[in-house]
Ligand binder design. Sequence first.
Ligand SMILES: NC(=O)c1ccc[n+]([C@@H]2O[C@H](COP(=O)([O-])OP(=O)(O)OC[C@H]3O[C@@H](n4cnc5c(N)ncnc54)[C@H](O)[C@@H]3O)[C@@H](O)[C@H]2O)c1
Length: 251
Amino acid sequence: MARISGKCALVTGAASGLGRAIAEKLAAEGARVTLTDIDVDGGNKVAAEIGGAAQFVEQDVSDGDRWAAVWEAASRDQPVDTLVNNAGITLMGSIEDLDYASWRKTFDVDVDSVFWGCKTAIANMKQTGGGSIVNIASAAGIRANAGLAAYNAAKAAVILFTQSIALHCGQQQNGIRCNVVAPGTIKTAILDKVMAQVPNPDEMLAGFVASHPIGHLGEPEDIANIVLYLASDDSKFATGATFSVDGGLAL
Ligand SMILES: NC(=O)c1ccc[n+]([C@@H]2O[C@H](COP(=O)([O-])OP(=O)(O)OC[C@H]3O[C@@H](n4cnc5c(N)ncnc54)[C@H](O)[C@@H]3O)[C@@H](O)[C@H]2O)c1
């Protein structure tokens, strides 16, 4: 039996990688899913492959003015009860290498997007019976790396922001839960993009594998499975929690 029949989800950054796997999983388990991304061709293709009630809507998640229209489109047939703030980028650089534009861009896409998404979700969900917000952070928001200064800071911000939101929603008794997932290294396009930024990609990949006590990298489905749990009523007592799905990376 489908685990989340009757739910309505919005997944950002769903044209590829984790967002795609999450959208596919939520749809396969019965949810109506709206996928958003800046990659219009990719997003339309994934939505068409999912079929059924899945739809794609173009969105730059860092554009705060666009969120209301996206939410309205996603709520066309029923209120959205699950928001997955997944879209993100990784720009490499230590404090000395990083320029301010890269720092700003990282925060625009990885943090401001979560601010806008959560604000929009809470304003709407509190009027429609509550819901579940799932933010995708990273093990890099828990454990630092000298070459990931902006990304470390951005993902750490998402974790504490999630906790603040969970406390607020609890105080308001508005029926909204907010949790954060901290993935380890997962084989997706973001990993290819990171490796394209360094002179020694094979060495870097071997280092990534070695840093995971479990002995291998993760698969997108590993993250989709925890998001399915958080979207479902099985997680009704979970809020403000950081779910590390990282092969032990953050230990
Ligand atoms: N893959 C990993 O190892 C890993 C590990 C930890 C956390 N994460 C996080 O998981 C999330 C998804 O990463 P992924 O590995 O699937 O990456 P990915 O590059 O495969 O997919 C990211 C998607 O986000 C979209 N996107 C980028 N900027 C956007 C914007 N401004 N507005 C809307 N969409 C935008 C891209 O077009 C792409 O489809 C990110 O938040 C990332 O930081 C990934």
